[in-house]
Write a protein that binds this ligand. Structure first.
Ligand code: GRF
Length: 187
């Protein structure tokens, strides 16, 4: 099974996938890792691991549509079975979803449909829920919407900050993502 992983930031979830593949516990090939901006640690980690990488820099394109088309063309060229968004902070175009419907896997640090969007951890704390968590789902053209594959609950502790909670959620998120990818690879 071949995957392309899309990141925008540190790529700690991606690193867990790389480690699992290298350890032989995740039977898939990471065909490439890409980002929407230059200089991400996620792409740097991947290059250091000898993986193919690409950047479709949002700022290089005159229009959103041009960027959408470039991203789709770049990802499709790797012929992935699945595309995995892990900390990728762009909402892809409907044309991307059409091309990868049911094959675009996203991770989110909240229990969707609660608290979608870029600040799911902060929004859960602000609301005052006692339990939040993480979700792995097939993304559709919405913001963190689409069929849910798996979820893990994570309790919010009295002295949590957004950072401490997000780091604890990410531990669960990495395990969940690897579990889901294992199931997909063995299906
Ligand atoms: C993850 O919690 C992901 O779900 C969210 O942003 C975080 C990315 O973390 N969208 P990292 O880049 O994998 O460290």
């Amino acid at each position: 099974m071949r995957i392309v992983v899309l990141v925008s930031g540190t790529g700690s979830n991606l690193q867990a996938v790389i480690d699992a593949v290298e350890a032989g516990s995740l039977p898939l090939e990471i065909a490439a890792v890409g980002a929407d901006r230059p200089g991400t640690l996620g792409v740097e980690r991947s290059a250091a691991a000898g993986l193919e990488t690409f950047v479709v820099n949002f700022k290089d394109y005159a229009t959103r549509g041009d960027w959408d088309a470039a991203l789709l063309e770049t990802v499709a060229a790797y012929k992935p079975d699945y595309v995995v968004s892990s900390g990728f902070m762009r909402i892809v175009a409907p044309s991307f979803i059409d091309a990868f419907e049911g094959r675009y896997v996203n991770t989110h640090p909240a229990l969707l449909p609660s608290f979608p969007g870029a600040h799911g951890v902060r929004d859960a704390m602000t609301y005052g829920v006692k339990v939040t968590g993480c979700t792995v789902h097939f993304a559709d053209a919405g913001v963190d919407t689409g069929p849910i594959i798996a979820q893990t609950p994570v309790a919010i502790l009295p002295n949590d900050t957004e950072e401490t909670l997000h780091e604890r959620i990410k531990v669960a998120e990495r395990e969940l993502l690897i579990e889901v990818l294992n199931d997909l690879a063995r299906a």
